[in-house]
Design a protein around this ligand. Structure first.
Ligand code: PLP
Length: 410
């Protein structure tokens, strides 16, 4: 289900005036002139073409300025501005974020990133020796390390399925996961958007099928939230974690964990919290003193996303992706690893370069052309990951394709 507009308003962005809708909402994805006012929200980076929004993203100038103002006030008089004024406003951030994502506020913890959100869950989920976690070989490496630590520490088992690239049809993907469920499987870690290829997994169907087999589902939404236009609440997962410095464009070091109400009490937080907070989602926020400025910067970032429109954003990103993919489609030196048909991907797509190591190609693009893309090297495949964002234009992608052709020329 697309994110409802009222979801943003219901959360209230208290204190932050809701800005008028930016010119041209409803703009067509291919209308370069109409998207120019959106890309102008970022500071230009002369000489650098950033097609690496698949990692951390550049915040818009407005988010940056809001962050710096808050930071500046806090540093001048921390007891007043940080402790008395800013940190209490994090409740407002929780409500706005929860409303935008479609979750109840009491299920949303503010954390620094997906890693913090999901290590809390993976390390704190009650699992006895011999019980098992199901995941894939394409799930994020840091989270895999969390699970590996539990193998050593607690004697749990892990099953990792392999997913073909490009991804087969959804029904086959679900069947692969279900085929790996064992009687001891208690938990599954599933990626909403695989960072290596940009592939969007059929998470809602997968979650329902796994839960029906008695397996709780933890979704890695690092690249889902504010990229896809569906509500993460529709995935039906037991837990969901995301980073807001990715697709929402919030300040660095912001994310959220959503844990279903009936799961909160059963999961140990990584940082201890009083027993009286066992049932309180805030137990995952027991870090001690933190800066409020990054988290308060979530409010203008949410406002910006609302004004652009989640569906308009995704349509534009897919248009940019399809533009560059079409330009290389007939080139025998590349092969697309991302299934883009049937809404199988958003902005991110990866090209394999048969017979070549993508790392020197990415390096040449960076050094020789000032173009940033990511070389992906995984035990099962390798390629160049290209991730346009709303600050990119068709001209940027044409420049990239021309540069790639030069780099691949033997
Ligand atoms: C799929 C996926 N999961 C988790 C993460 C971790 O995100 P963070 O470093 O913001 O915690 C990333 C980071 O790129 C990712 O791509």
């Amino acid at each position: 289900m697309p994110l409802p507009r009222r979801a943003f308003l219901a959360g209230g962005l208290g204190g932050l005036a809701l800005s008028p809708v930016v010119r041209g909402v409803g703009r067509r994805p291919d209308d370069e002139a109409a998207w120019a006012d959106v890309s102008a929200a970022w500071d230009p980076t002369p000489g650098q073409l950033n097609l690496e929004s698949g990692g951390v993203q550049a915040p818009t100038r407005a988010v940056d300025e809001a962050f710096l103002r808050t930071w500046d006030a806090a540093r001048r008089l921390p007891p007043v501005h940080l402790l008395r004024e800013q940190l209490p406003r994090l409740e407002e951030v929780r409500s706005a974020l929860a409303a935008a994502a479609g979750f109840p506020a009491e299920e949303v913890a503010l954390v620094r990133n997906t890693t913090e959100a999901l290590q809390n869950v993976l390390l704190g989920w009650p699992l006895a020796r011999g019980e098992r976690v199901l995941t894939s070989t394409q799930d994020y490496w840091r989270l895999q390390e969390g699970l590996d630590q539990r193998v050593e520490r607690d004697g749990i088992g892990i099953d990792r399925i392999r997913l073909p690239v490009p991804l087969p049809p959804d029904g086959e993907v679900v069947a692969r996961w279900l085929g790996a469920v064992r009687p001891q499987t208690r938990l599954a870690l599933v990626c909403e958007v695989v960072n290596l290829t940009g592939q969007v997994l059929p998470v809602a169907a997968l979650t329902a099928a796994l839960q029906a087999r008695g397996v709780a589902v933890v979704v890695d939404g690092a690249h889902g939230f504010a990229h896809l236009d569906s509500s993460p609440a529709d995935l039906g997962a037991d837990a969901y974690g995301t980073s807001l410095h990715k697709w929402l464009g919030a300040p660095f070091g912001t994310g959220f964990l959503r844990l279903r109400r009936d799961r909160v009490a059963g999961v140990w937080p990584l940082f201890p919290s009083a027993a009286r907070r066992r049932d309180d989602i805030r137990k995952f926020e027991s870090l001690g003193t933190i800066a409020a400025a990054p988290f308060l910067g979530i409010l203008p970032a949410l406002d910006w996303w609302r004004r652009v429109g989640p569906s308009a954003k995704l349509a534009r990103l897919r248009f940019l992706r399809d533009h560059w993919l079409a330009a290389v489609a007939d080139d025998p030196r590349v092969r697309r690893l991302t299934r883009v048909e049937d809404n199988g991907a958003g902005a991110i797509a990866t090209l394999s370069l048969p017979g070549r190591d993508p790392r020197p190609v990415a390096e040449e693009l960076r050094r020789g052309e000032g173009i940033l893309v990511r070389a992906i090297v995984h035990p099962e495949f390798s390629g160049l990951r290209v991730t346009p964002n709303l600050h990119n234009s068709v001209a940027d992608l044409d420049r990239f394709v021309a540069a790639l052709r030069r780099c691949l020329h033997d």
